[in-house]
Design a protein around this ligand. Structure first.
Ligand SMILES: *Cc1c(COP(=O)(O)O)cnc(C)c1O
Length: 221
């Protein structure tokens, strides 16, 4: 068995154990491989193991991989600058790092111009501490939704967050925040939270998607 294959098995075991502990079904949790800084061979190998969607942080890197590996779908999980928005829409299937009204307006214009439909996620930062990682403050969410205007070319899939590592109530705060906005919007929102080191806590708090880099692919090059 390859290294990747055995890491997939231990990750699945971790996810299953976490689900068993909190009474969830393992099928309700998506494992999104994060392939940033990993060579294309790793993605090819993961495709053979049944993965199809891959998170990438950088537009440039993801674009190159998307061109080389047409069988894979790439999801943008890193911060997006306005001037890369077009490239991002063209080469990524979903954009998870939407965090300001200007970016939403830009994406809407471009999606119309390019006749594309792309799922978006709004990245939230409830703790106002990770400016370099992106994410909007809770108070900014209404203005982002206003700019979005339920544009059908950018269906809203959910909320994404990268909570500060030592904040042990972060995942439940995010789950509560999701609940509130589901009610207000009258539609289900998926919640993407949890990474290699903390997926168990995220799953038990209700995460629908864990984004896993190192625990799946090993150290980044
Ligand atoms: C790199 C990254 C991950 C994966 O992190 P690991 O700790 O390697 O699992 C998940 N989400 C985002 C936004 C990332 O940038």
């Amino acid at each position: 068995m390859s290294d990747l294959h055995s890491r997939v098995q231990s990750l699945n075991a971790r996810i299953q154990a976490a689900c068993a502990r909190c009474g969830r079904s393992p099928e309700s949790v998506e494992l999104l491989p994060v392939s940033k800084f990993q060579p294309q061979t790793q993605i090819q190998e993961a495709l053979l193991l049944g993965f199809r969607r891959f998170g990438e942080n950088y537009v440039q890197e993801g674009t190159a991989k998307a061109a080389a590996i047409p069988d894979a779908d790439f999801i943008l999980i890193g911060p997006l600058q306005r001037n890369k928005a077009k490239q991002a829409l063209l080469h990524f299937q979903e954009i998870m790092s939407v965090d300001r009204p200007e970016l939403v307006l830009r994406l809407r214009n471009l999606a119309r111009e390019l006749s594309l439909t792309r799922k978006i996620w709004i990245q939230v930062d409830l703790w106002n501490e990770s400016t370099k990682l992106g994410g909007c403050a809770p108070n900014d969410l209404p203005s982002i939704l206003e700019a979005w205007e339920k544009d059908p070319s950018l269906p809203l899939e959910g909320l994404m967050a990268i909570p500060p590592p030592e904040h042990n109530t972060a995942f439940t705060e995010l789950a509560d925040f999701r609940e509130v906005w589901q009610q207000r919007l009258g539609k289900p929102l998926r919640l993407s939270m949890g990474m290699s080191g903390d997926l168990e806590a995220a799953i038990c708090a209700g995460s629908d998607q864990v984004r896993i880099g190192t625990a799946l692919f090993g150290d980044r090059c």
